[in-house]
Design a binder for this molecule. Sequence first.
Ligand code: ATP
Length: 235
Amino acid sequence: MSHLSVRGLTTGYDKVNVLHDVSIDVAPGKITCILGANGAGKSTLIRAILGLTPPRKGEVLWDGRNLAGQKTHAIIAGGISCIPEGRKVFPRMSVAENLALGAYLETDSARVRSRLARVYEIFPRLKERAAQLAGTMSGGEQAMVSIGRGLMAEPRLLVIDEPSLGLSPLFVKENFNVIRQINALGITVLLVEQNARQTLAISHYGYVLSQGRVVTEGTAEALAGNDAVRSAYFT
Ligand code: ATP
């Protein structure tokens, strides 16, 4: 089971709380999305899940265990991997080197090789470009490198922060197809996005975050048909 549950989470920075009593469930095997405008608190929610901005109230449960007090590397070792926004690749390292970095917790080189083979199966283009410097790849290809690097940790939950940010429409489509494909392999996905239309098209369930609170939740179909969601978040 790989179930993430955030219960009554309140947290923030310095004296200010950014998230207020946020509760979300990320069902095993599904794609769950968090939609919200700039500044809604999406990144802070990810930081709280990864132990970077710990809860001030409430809790983050992973497989029923409270993550309170756990360091980020221990949370990642426990099966949660995060793809940062902006497709951060190491530009002067090759594609293969970027991918290998994603498996830094794994010391058995045979296992690293078999994970690499699996990532190359999902992204044949990365195999073709294994020796190319990541900084010289197109935006869409860098997005693949960044998702591939996240997969190298063999996560049970992949948290993906704004995968469409800064990508042209063609690459956005490609990237969302890849996310769907990864989910079909059995990996649970938490997708954090501003691009509501395409996100809801691939998600099973979603939450709308506004000013640090969950204001609406429902199945992706229900949210896509909700007039308030459409007028606020469909561009
Ligand atoms: P974006 O889509 O722009 O990344 P977001 O929904 O991810 O927005 P957050 O980055 O979580 O939102 O920010 C929510 C609020 O918290 C904002 O008002 C922001 O100014 C504030 N904030 C974010 N990071 C910090 C920080 N490190 N220190 C202080 N305040 C912060």
